[in-house]
Write a protein that binds this ligand. Structure first.
Ligand code: BGC
Length: 778
């Protein structure tokens, strides 16, 4: 308490002094107006102290007064973010970051956490710089902070927005207790190319699902309000179109029509903004010839102009510097000018603003007004977080201790994990495991690997001791008298493809067991950033081992852990059951056991299409039809849009996932065959649990616009509902649909629906067959 008061008094001293001693001259009209406002306010009102941080009027007065005192160099400091040496999430490191803080050259630090360390760094900023402006601490809290939830793609497979929000909420609670103010999440990039390793970090291929999840995550992170001690600022990233990297190679070029950008790639960002996302991060890629970090079109015209964004924009890691190799800037100084003029506010790790911006301002290539706007947007966020009241308020060791790895956090992580898993195959109801299975062989490199369980971008999650492996989970659950053995059998590194020396031990164990659980997939660091692949097979010797296991004639259950769709056509054909477990997080092993033993009935659905072969990529459900569609009645004909050697259809479609029970759908009924703009129709189906267990189904609504001024996709998701149905239970599910749901960017780029005929489909995947047709009139 004493510390807080003292800090506020000192700040007050600085600000009062600023006004008495004469402020640094502000440039531009609005600056002058602000300076006047500050001076008048100071005369009539008590000096702003930063104490009353929930009052916007006081915030403006406070920031006006503070900015009036700041030198250009101090302002640029606020626009600079550096990584601490604790962790590296990019190619460069600046060892001098502590000196940079002390010199007032840094406004934000990332990759620093724990109450103790953030406090230590904050102390440098607050006690050693002239203006005592607190630091903002950012970190990639993507799918958990200490308690790790399933990777984001896995969370998307829950199709359960409450679960997704809960994951984000708990991540925020733990991160905020460790001194973090700001997470670089949600990653809302639509991704339709599984070669791209970062597909694991997003919500998959679909605009509608992706937008719902973007909003749920922002709500989860930011909680009730910015400044609450259990919330962190969210970042919508990577703005924009990063997921469309050519050939699935990370950081690669994106080139697309403005319609595709606006209809497919931007909506999840807009949804994040509408949910209140405080910040945006630029992307590494160029978009139609302009690096996103230098794109005025994206950062100013769309984000601030059309959408009215009021927060601040941070670049991705050294993304300004990268405009030079992109071939867009001749040197870093020019890149800094392009970024600032395009609408970037904070330079992550590039030190470009720090090094060059002062000169660019002095020589008139960047206006003081633009810089002031950027500074103000960052200071406002610090203010709203209450950092001017108490810069240490998030760095509380007692709270940290009481918060991280709380039992209820771990329990929630287990719950979200089991909800995220997708049952892809279950021939002969081999799952759940029969009580008669007295010996279980767990085989494969992912069967007992702690480090893999939590996947990539696992923040401060412990990779060594905390994660519960599949083997541990099964052993904990299996009753007395059930023997669970383990053999690694095969490696999963690319260079282990021909290594079969572990096979004999694995096969011997499998031979004497009743059932084989093959735990296979990818090593955790084969997904995420800079982890693109040219094939999607299970790497190393896993496939060869799986084929040997199959020869034993025992039931084989494949449990996959991976961060992208894999090409598992052989397994789909040959093993008895397949469970997609993604990287399930700290409690993953227990969650898998919950499913394998039938304590939880799987309910996940794929948020992304699984191809049969990498040659089909990009493959996603809402494609266009072409002029020569290859339909069932034209089998074998030439001159149609198809492959000679592989069907067009995927191995598993978007929205697909099985349950231990089964669901029946009635025909769809609609209450109106025709709607006018402004009207809505209701489409209803009765869903029945036709199997022997209680279960959950994700009922999905798709629409097809038959004719448009530009061609329309064959299907688009427009609604979904996850419902619990007891065995034998039926329930009527209704969706409403209006012309708003049918809107797109028309031939003239205006946004809205077009009158005409539509079909809608309701079912348990994007292959839904229950259909009804309707018309939208003028
Ligand atoms: C990634 C971002 C991340 C940043 C900070 C970059 O390499 O692209 O997603 O937030 O590093 O760690």
């Amino acid at each position: 308490m004493k510390g807080k008061k003292q800090y506020a008094r000192q700040l007050l001293g600085v600000c009062t002094l600023a006004l008495l001693c004469g402020a640094v001259p502000a440039h531009g009209q609005s600056q002058d107006a602000r300076a006047k406002r500050a001076a008048t306010a100071q005369k009539s009102d008590p000096a702003p102290t930063g104490q009353n941080w929930n009052d916007p009027a006081e915030m403006h007065r406070f920031i006006d007064a503070l900015m009036a005192k700041m030198t250009v160099k101090e302002k640029i400091g606020q626009l600079t973010q550096l990584t601490s040496s604790w962790e590296s999430t990019g190619p460069t490191m600046r060892d001098s970051y502590k000196q940079d803080i002390a010199a007032g050259n840094v406004g934000s630090i990332f990759n620093a956490f724990t109450a103790k360390y953030t406090r230590e760094l904050q102390k440098v900023a607050v006690e050693q710089t002239r203006l005592r402006i607190p630091l903002l601490f950012g970190y990639d809290v993507i799918h958990g902070h200490r308690t790790i939830f399933p990777i984001s793609l896995g969370e998307a497979a829950t199709w359960d927005m409450a679960a997704v929000e809960k994951g984000a909420r708990i991540s925020a609670v733990e991160a905020a207790a460790e001194g973090i103010h700001w997470t670089f999440s949600p990653m809302v990039d639509i991704a339709r190319d599984p070669r791209w390793g970062r597909i694991s970090e997003g919500s998959g291929e679909d605009v509608y699902l992706g937008s719902q999840i973007a909003a749920a995550r922002v709500h989860g992170y930011q909680g009730k309000k910015i400044g609450d001690l259990d919330s962190v600022l969210a970042t919508a990233k990577h703005f924009a179109a990063y997921g469309a990297a050519q050939a699935g190679r990370d950081y690669h070029t994106t080139d697309m029509s403005e319609r595709e950008l606006r209809d497919t790639y931007l909506p999840p960002f807009k949804a994040a903004l509408d949910a209140g996302a405080a910040t945006f991060m630029t992307s590494f890629n160029e978009l139609n010839g302009v690096p996103a970090t230098g794109s005025k079109f994206l950062l100013t015209d769309i984000l601030r102009g059309e959408w009215g964004f009021k927060g601040f924009v941070v670049t991705d890691y050294t993304a300004i510097n990268e405009m030079v190799p992109h071939g867009y800037a001749r040197d870093e100084a020019q890149a800094g000018e392009q970024a600032m003029n395009a609408g970037v506010d904070m330079d992550m790790q590039g030190a470009v603003f720090m090094t060059h911006l002062e000169k660019s301002i002095a020589e008139g290539r960047v206006s003081q007004e633009r810089v002031d706007q950027a500074v103000r947007s960052i200071l406002e966020m610090k203010y709203r977080l209450g950092l001017f009241q108490d810069p240490y308020r998030y760095s509380d060791e007692a709270r940290e201790k009481a918060t991280i790895y709380k039992p209820e956090h771990l329990e929630a992580a287990r719950d979200v994990a089991r909800k995220s898993m997708v049952l892809l195959k279950n021939q002969g109801d081999v799952l759940p495991l029969a009580a008669s299975a007295k010996s279980i062989a767990v085989i494969g490199p992912l069967g007992d690997s702690k480090e893999d369980m939590i996947g990539s971008w696992a923040a401060a999650g412990d990779r060594k001791t905390r994660p519960v492996t599949l083997l541990e989970g099964l052993r904990a659950r299996a009753g007395k008298g059930v023997n669970v053995g383990y053999a690694r059998g095969a490696g999963y590194r690319f260079d282990e493809a021909g290594k079969t020396d572990g096979f004999a031990e694995a096969l011997a164990l499998a031979q004497k067991s009743d059932v084989i659980i093959a735990a296979m997939g990818e090593r955790w660091d084969m997904t995420g950033e800079a982890a693109s692949r040219t094939d999607l097979d299970m790497p190393g010797a896993q496939q060869a081992l799986l084929e040997e296991l199959k020869k034993l004639g025992k039931p084989v259950v494949l449990v996959l852990m991976n961060g992208r769709p894999l090409t598992i056509d052989w397994a789909a054909e040959n093993v008895d059951a397949i469970l997609e477990a993604w990287y399930p997080g700290t409690m993953g092993g227990h969650a898998i056991a919950d499913i394998l033993f039938g304590d939880y009935n799987p309910s996940g659905k794929l948020p992304v299409t699984f191809p049969r072969t990498v040659g089909q990529v990009p493959i996603f459900y809402n494609m266009k039809n072409t002029g020569r569609p290859y339909t069932a009645d034209k089998q074998g004909q030439k001159y149609l849009s198809r492959y000679l050697n592989t069907p067009n259809s995927p191995l598993y479609p978007f929205g697909y996932g099985l349950s231990y029970t089964s669901f029946g759908y009635s025909p769809v009924t609609i209450d109106k065959k025709t709607i006018r703009p402004g009207e809505a129709l209701t489409a209803s189906v009765t869903v029945t649990n036709t199997g022997k267990r209680d279960g959950e189904e994700v009922v999905q609504l798709y629409v097809r616009d038959l004719v448009g001024s530009v061609t329309r996709p064959v299907r688009e998701l427009k609604g979904f509902l996850k419902v619990k149905l007891k065995r034998g239970e039926s329930r009527k599910i209704s969706f409403t649909l209006s012309d708003k749901d049918l809107a797109f960017h028309r031939a003239d780029m205006s946004y809205g629906a077009e009158p005409g005929d539509f079909s809608l489909f309701v079912g348990g995947s994007s292959d839904a067959t229950a259909q009804a047709d309707f018309t939208l009139t003028k």
